[in-house]
Design a binder for this molecule. Sequence first.
Ligand code: ZN
Length: 194
Amino acid sequence: MIQSEVRKLIEELTKLPGVSLKLAHKIAYSVLNDSSLKSVFNNIATIVDNIEICSRCGFFKAKETDCLNCREKTDEICVVATYSDMSAIERSGCFKGSYHILGGLIAPLENILPEDLLVDQLKKRVEQSQNTEVLLALPFSIEGDATVLYIQDVLEGLNIKLSRIARGLPAGAALDVLDRRTVLEALQGKSYID
Ligand SMILES: [Zn+2]
């Protein structure tokens, strides 16, 4: 019979993505048996508490500090839907500019509307930098295409080069599930949008 406090701990752990009931049991008993592991939970809480999303570029940053991603002018901005797409591009190692994380894709059926995404903030960043190139690293899905069209519309009339990563990705695939080589090819095969 598991004590209710231990059960609560296991329940909390299973709320984490990728943590099965079996793994939750393992972590719970490890932590309860090894006092040095208890500080890990405190450390996580403190660190997470000190991280916020930059209202300008969607990147994570430490509270009350300048955002390292968007504080400087850049000549290339890569637009992605999520943080995990960004980290897939980072791992490919072939993009050296700054990122802009929209926070999702337009999906009216899921109640994600254009105003929920950081598109106006993208426009502001583009206006503040000069001769910027904007690379849209968004999936080739209905939601991805709708988001590209919307961004095109918002950025229209600005003096920028707008491009999109290459087609040929698995339909609707998010960048973060692709291997490094596929991400690399998608970035290198970008095409310009008028
Ligand atoms: Zn930022």
